[in-house]
Design a protein around this ligand. Sequence first.
Ligand code: GLY
Length: 360
Amino acid sequence: MQRLKIDLGERSYDILLGPELLAKVGESLSQTLQPSRIVLITHPFLCQLYGDKLSSGFKDQGWATDVIEVPEGETSKTLKQAEKIYDRLLELKCDRKSVLVALGGGVIGDLVGFVAATYQRGIPFVQVPTTLLSQVDSSVGGKTAVNHPRGKNMIGAFYQPRLVIADLDTLQSLPKNEFRAGLAEVIKYGVIYDADLFDYLEKNVEKILKLDKECLAHIIKTSCAIKADVVEKDERESHYRMILNFGHTLGHAIEALTHYSQFIHGEAVAIGMVCAAKLSHQLGKCSEEVPIRIKELVKKCGLPADLPDLDSQSIIESLYHDKKTMNNKIKFILVKEIGKIEIVDDMPEADIFKLLQSEI
Ligand code: GLY
């Protein structure tokens, strides 16, 4: 087992990474918290797969344990679903020493984090991410949210978990497309921060796609260490944390304009990263080799690299609705070389339009 620390003063916590960790969640948690009771919140199929393993670990610690099941899918990330959970927590008489355990991917992590941030003004929660995307990104860093009919993640809070436990074995049962989508975020860390990670991905992509355990441990640990460093420097995303948004500016627009049905998040991010690299080259920020390498790696990972047929003006309009857009200025993350990026606070519409009109 590997241990990484997120150093945020009194909000610091550890990320535990490795195989066979689910059975040890109770024991690991007991080293940080003394819960009055545990509420495990997860999807029905994950409860079936892993519920007993976790619950018996909690019972070994002498903690009363209840389970709340939430239907799968983004449609569960709503205030209505949060309210159902509040109702149940009240029925169970949960108090401020009750601990919520979020077992699942990004939907569960964001929803449970939001409930934990708001129930009785905040109770402790633990993230047990079961997808690659949530292990390398959403479970770490304290972004919690539910969706609003007008936009994703519009209602939320920065609220850090007390512990993150990523069991690499859970990836073995993850659908292939979900695994590849998680790889998009790993590629992102290479591009924005760590040229060695990018080289490693290029050299080991076949082994990674075969879920080689050593490779998985390496890329997940490296990704979490990068995320930890970024979050430590700018927990509430006043500026620097935006580097994590590389590829997401256009990625979010692609997701929205295809009604969240054509691409899953990481796939849209993959296309967004290729476009952002191409734009960086068009603006003279990087050599031509950069977008070529990113596109090649994206394709080798089995991810889409080409922009779907969408109206350029609609894409630009959609960029103005991004949460990161402030004072009507589009923020954009450009790449200077693999491992080095630049945050542009006011990207001219005309440059994006030119990119969208060119062959990408
Ligand atoms: N997923 C981007 C962030 O946590 O800031």
